[in-house]
Design a protein around this ligand. Structure first.
Ligand SMILES: [Zn+2]
Length: 329
């Protein structure tokens, strides 16, 4: 069995080794990325499971602690790289969307820069240490600390390479969430891939982004769904024995719209995740800081609410909700 080294963590056949990728200081402080390398005793694929790109999305973070404990390297074919908390500054400072030092969204700065700000240096470390060494990747998100969400996956239908797109579709079905957003809008430039999973995808590595959990609270149900998804993908890739399960009746979401706030103020949501709305339906309204109405946000299409911001603080241009059209084929 080949072994790989991720940051300071040298994998060893049949063992679970944990440690850190060091992100050196630059224009701002140094940070680290906690990782575990689980190395099987038999050859197989290299799968990366990434949590905590956004630090206030704890369901996947807690789930990967459980995966580390429950996954027995002696039963594994191949290697699993677990990134426990990709964005430790955001996690420890409890920020939403953006890192605390540079105010950048880590999931918009990939593949990163070795001489950039903290978010860019973290992205660079994940690109070079994790993505460059893996063959498959699952980037595990949830609704952010302010977002209530119903679980779904994104299938990145990039159109660069049918083999990669098809394998990514199968991974989404294997992860097990029956609602899957078809996303055709991600960039194909490897030097401006922006998103973590897309960075793997444009490099020929099938990947999927999952959304399970929300509002900063890791409920048992959402943690368990993340754990189940990780193990289902490992079985799907032949890394563990056991039945290969696929979602039997996927509900594809296309098109989908992320609605953004027309004003800065106080947000009052009018819908809940998993609610069906008609075109023109009120998704919520904004008041000024005194409570007087300043704007409404309505759905441009009939569809399903996948997530909605449920806390009042709102800035102009920030997301308020996502609505998608659902089909069964
Ligand atoms: Zn996220």
């Amino acid at each position: 069995m080949k072994a790989i080294q991720v940051g300071s963590v040298a994998g060893r056949a049949g063992e679970r080794v944990s440690g850190f990728i060091e992100v050196p200081p630059g224009v701002d402080s140094a940070t680290t990325i906690p990782v575990t390398v689980m190395t099987g005793q038999r050859d197989g694929p290299v799968l990366a499971l990434v949590a905590g790109i956004h630090g206030s999305e704890p369901s996947p973070i807690m789930a990967l602690q459980r995966v580390r404990r429950e996954l027995d390297p002696a039963q594994l074919s191949g290697i699993v790289i677990i990134v426990h908390v990709a964005n430790l500054p955001s996690f420890t400072h409890r920020t939403i969307y953006r890192g605390p030092w540079d105010q950048k969204n880590l999931n918009r700065v990939f593949p990163g820069r070795v001489d950039g700000t903290a978010s860019e240096r973290i992205a660079h470390a994940i690109t070079t240490q994790v993505i460059d060494q893996c063959e498959y990747l699952v980037d595990m998100h949830s609704g952010d600390g302010n977002e209530a969400l119903r679980p779904y996956s994104y299938w990145n239908k990039l159109g660069l390479d049918d083999r990669v797109d098809d394998a990514a579709r199968a991974m989404a079905l294997a992860f097990g969430l029956d609602h899957i957003v078809i996303d055709r809008g991600r960039p194909s430039d490897p030097n401006a891939s922006l998103f973590c999973s897309n960075t793997a995808h444009v490099r020929g590595k099938p990947s999927v982004t999952t959304e399970v959990g929300g509002v900063g609270v890791p409920t048992e149900e959402m943690v368990a769904l993340n754990v189940r998804g990780a193990f289902r993908v490992m079985r799907h890739l032949g890394m563990l024995a056991g039945p290969r399960e696929m979602v039997e009746r996927p509900r594809w979401i296309e098109p989908s719209h992320v609605l953004t706030s027309p004003e800065t103020g106080t947000w009052h949501p009018a819908v809940s995740p998993d609610q069906t709305v008609e075109a023109g339906a009120l998704l919520g309204h904004l008041t000024d800081y005194f409570g007087d109405l300043i704007a409404e946000v309505r759905s441009p299409i009939s569809g399903l609410v996948t997530y909605v911001v449920v806390s009042p603080a709102m800035g102009k241009g920030e997301p308020v909700a996502m609505v998608g059209h659902v089909t069964d084929s």
